[in-house]
Write a protein that binds this ligand. Structure first.
Ligand code: CAA
Ligand code: FAD
Length: 380
């Protein structure tokens, strides 16, 4: 067993850490306050090759691996969880299904544009009445000659509005439950495709979360991803890996909160000594650090399994479940370590705490992760 990162992975970590510190952290609080997405940050990530980390050079990627990918999401989330999820949704949710299920033409066109960061990706599965229960979705896609006609709406879409390429799930057969779902590539600007409400959120406020509306939206039949009826499988297998991106986001948030807490506990004095010298605080820091390490091991392991071509769905669900819960615990404790100052916007820990909550909710709530893991344990 080897827990050592490769030289390439270490170099990527250093590059992303420097980028995050210099280009992302300085505006993180301000973008959070203003609920402002900054496309320039995404464009700079593209220049560094981050938007195509795991994809082959033939499709515009840098042909690295999934461990490097989770390291990038972790390092970005360490300073700004919104930027972390922008990249995570772009790579694991929008690009992955095109890489895995797209035909050569779709990969050459759409995957290349995504990998090079020329276009920003999004993944549209959830609907007002179909969150955890994906199969109950109502959006339809009706074949009409060489086109499909989409009708319905999607909610909560990360990178919604600012994204250019959307992987959208809709029912081509409304009588076939999950077997009637198909996946499509829909480009921004297609007539009949508009954006609705932009959510006002507790956390990840500089990551836009937006409603998508389809009204007789005609897309080329060539934009069907995979086969008709294969959409549920495409959605689930995409989430198998996507969940590990969220584990990495949760890990980064927790690491950021831990770093800030350790520094503050060493510096803040009460009763004539640094608060870190109280066992009540140092035990808290010890528990926080242990949770962060455990989250990292689960996350890296799931990414490694994916890179090795081994089954990773259960490992990824476990990583997301553990890292999400750990991130929430750690960030709550971080605010406690900072006392009253932690409750203000003078320090980043209140933002970390608000951001951590979403990692227990999206890409399948942590109750759903338990359901997924439980089913795998009892059916494998
Ligand atoms: N891989 C391959 N096939 C799978 C699969 C997987 N991971 N999971 C299920 N399937 C297959 C099953 O084997 C079954 O196959 P058959 O048709 O042969 O029977 C079929 O799919 C139906 O499976 P289930 O009976 O398990 O389906 P279900 O309706 O009970 O739902 C669920 C299962 C796991 C709860 C699923 O609905 C789910 O994952 N819900 C959560 C939704 C979610 O995570 N949404 C995230 C949206 S994206 C997001 O949030 C973005 C962001 O964070 C940025
Ligand atoms: P519900 O499914 O209504 O669940 C409500 C509660 O009931 C939860 O606690 C849940 O765990 C519990 N519950 C439901 N079913 C069960 C069960 N069987 N067993 C036990 N407990 C259960 N979706 C996308 O498609 N693309 C995106 O890019 C995207 N980004 C998002 C970004 C944000 C900021 C948010 C908030 C959501 C995003 N989502 C996205 C949607 C997200 O995946 C859903 O919110 C999530 O899957 C839960 O669905 P729901 O909100 O409808 O909750």
């Amino acid at each position: 067993m080897n827990f050592q990162l490769t030289e390439e992975q270490e170099m990527l970590r250093k590059m992303v850490r420097d980028f995050a510190k210099n280009e992302v952290e300085p505006t993180a609080a301000e973008r959070d306050e203003e609920e402002r997405f900054d496309r320039e940050i995404f464009d700079k990530m593209a220049q560094l090759g981050l938007t195509g980390i795991p994809w082959p050079e033939a499709y515009g990627g840098i042909e690295s691996d999934f461990v490097s990918y989770v390291i990038a999401v972790e390092e970005l989330s360490r300073v700004c969880a919104s930027t972390g999820v922008t990249l995570s949704a772009h790579i694991s949710l929008a690009s992955w299904p095109i890489y895995k299920y797209g035909n050569e033409q779709q990969k050459k066109t759409f995957l290349t544009q995504l990998a090079q960061g020329e276009k920003l990706g999004a993944y549209a599965l959830s609907e007002p009445g179909a969150g955890s229960d994906v199969a109950s979705m109502k959006t339809t896609a009706k074949k009409d000659g060489e086109e499909y006609v989409l009708n319905g709406s999607k909610v909560w879409i990360t990178n919604g509005g600012v994204g250019d390429i959307y992987v959208v799930f809709a029912k081509t057969d409304t009588d076939a439950n999950h077997k009637g779902i198909s996946a499509f590539i829909v480009e921004k600007g297609t007539p009949g495709f508009t954006f609705g409400k932009k959510e006002k959120k507790l956390g990840i406020r500089s990551s836009p979360t937006t409603e998508l509306i389809f009204e007789n939206c005609r897309i080329p039949a060539a934009n069907l991803l995979g086969e008709e009826g294969e959409g549920f499988k495409i959605a689930m297998t995409t989430l198998d890996g996507g969940r590990n991106g969220i584990a990495a986001q949760a890990l980064g948030i927790a690491q950021g909160a831990l770093d800030a807490s350790v520094a503050y506990a060493k510096e803040r004095e009460q009763f004539g000594k640094p608060i870190a010298r109280n066992q009540g605080i140092s035990f808290k820091l010890a528990d926080m650090a242990t949770s962060v390490e455990a989250a990292r091991l689960l996350t890296y392991q799931a990414a490694w399994l994916e890179s090795e071509g081994k089954p990773y769905g259960k490992a990824s669900a476990m990583a997301k479940l553990y890292a999400g819960d750990a991130s929430m615990r750690v960030t709550i404790e971080a605010v406690q370590v900072f006392g009253g100052y932690g409750y203000t916007k003078d320090y980043p820990v209140e933002r970390y705490m608000r951001d951590a909550k979403i990692t227990q909710i999206y890409e399948g709530t942590n109750e759903i992760q338990r359901l997924v893991i439980g089913r795998m344990l009892t059916t494998e």
